[in-house]
Design a protein around this ligand. Structure first.
Ligand SMILES: [Zn+2]
Length: 272
């Protein structure tokens, strides 16, 4: 299969300095919604969806203050649906979408693909359908109000490079539970010949968090984020330790990346 790296909406939270020591205080940052398009023999498959057309046309549907904070989505050409159409497909050709989790900056493209089956871990579906008061800020029910065709996968499966409960849900596409950021957060591993790609969702948000040598030079923004956002901070930190080990022990076979780091996106999209 051919794998394409897509940024499905640049997001611009306030104060670039928080994310990059060289950034300016009064400028907004430029982070990405790093998604994958898998061009399989059975049609295109999306991994995460970024923010879609609906929220360009109806900013208010994103929820109070979200657009103001993210200043996204702004550019219709960045939406997954427009990028897929430019590649010669129709939106209806996307029959499967695999979600790392349902936070709004990952699920906001779902309304553009109403016919797709949407795969995710069962505890993530539970969390989004029955959110706690704290979780209500992150899940936007409008994103599945069109009647998303959910395919929930119970946690369970085989070992994979030291990760537990890994299961193949589509040919060469695997769910890798990375629970901590949300109740059912997972990575999505894609087998590409002899090597693998692992989309880590928001298990980390800045590459410095998972450097194999464990050195910490993480900017303040991602440090605040990992303290405040995960539903389970300790489990999320365990996931980051596991990813550091993965980089050390299997970095030659597995390439992993997160959803928001623009440097990782640039490296992978230019290399692919
Ligand atoms: Zn998230």
């Amino acid at each position: 299969m051919k794998v394409r790296h897509l940024n499905c909406s640049t997001i611009h939270p306030p104060c670039a300095r928080l994310y990059d020591p060289g950034g300016q205080i009064f400028r907004r940052a430029d982070l990405v919604c790093h998604c994958l398009l898998l061009e399989t023999g059975d049609g295109p498959v999306l991994v995460d969806t970024g923010l879609g057309m609906r929220y360009i046309e109806h900013r208010e549907a994103l929820g109070k203050g979200v657009f103001f904070f993210l200043k996204a989505p702004l550019d219709p050409e960045e939406t997954a649906v427009r990028q897929i159409i430019r590649l010669g497909y129709k939106a209806e050709d996307v029959r499967h979408i695999v979600m790392t989790h349902l936070d709004l900056d990952h699920a906001g493209g779902l309304p553009d693909f109403p016919r797709a089956r949407v795969h995710l871990l069962a505890p993530e579906h539970d969390a989004a359908m029955n959110p706690t008061k704290r979780e209500r800020q992150r899940y936007v029910a409008d994103m599945w109000a069109h009647g998303a065709d959910w395919v929930t996968h119970a946690v369970g499966g085989e070992d994979w490079f030291g990760f537990k409960d890994v299961q193949e849900i589509l040919p060469d596409v695997f769910l890798v539970p990375l629970i901590g950021h949300t109740r059912g957060h997972c990575g999505v591993a894609v087998k590409t010949g002899e090597t693998w790609l692992l989309h880590c969702g928001d298990a980390y948000t800045d590459r410095s968090e998972v450097r194999p040598d464990g050195k910490r030079e993480t900017p303040l923004g991602p440090r605040l984020y990992r303290r405040r956002i995960p539903v389970d901070y300790e489990r999320n930190m365990t996931r980051q330790r596991e990813l550091r080990r993965l980089a050390r022990e299997h970095g030659d076979v597995v390439t992993f990346f997160c959803a928001s780091d623009p440097h990782e996106f640039r490296l992978l999209s230019e290399g692919g």
